[in-house]
Design a protein around this ligand. Structure first.
Ligand code: SF4
Length: 65
């Protein structure tokens, strides 16, 4: 699984970070930062999907499953 974060769409609600801190961090402007480069470990797939479905700006997407 590959994740993509669209920084243009992110409005900094931090839901992704709250739901999946293993995958997302927050920068000094409150914008989300993707922590995993490349393949998301299998044990984090459920959290990745949770973050995707809870981002109100549709800023997170699964590129490859
Ligand atoms: S939930 Fe979406 S809009 Fe909010 S910080 Fe995360 S990526 Fe950005």
């Amino acid at each position: 699984m590959l994740l993509r974060l669209d920084a243009e769409k992110c409005q900094g609600h931090n839901r992704c970070y709250a739901l999946a801190p293993e995958l997302f961090d927050v920068d000094e402007y409150g914008q989300s930062v993707l922590l995993v480069e490349g393949d998301v470990p299998a044990e984090l797939h459920a959290k990745a999907r949770l973050a995707v479905s809870n981002c109100p700006e549709y800023a997170i997407s699964i590129v490859e499953d």
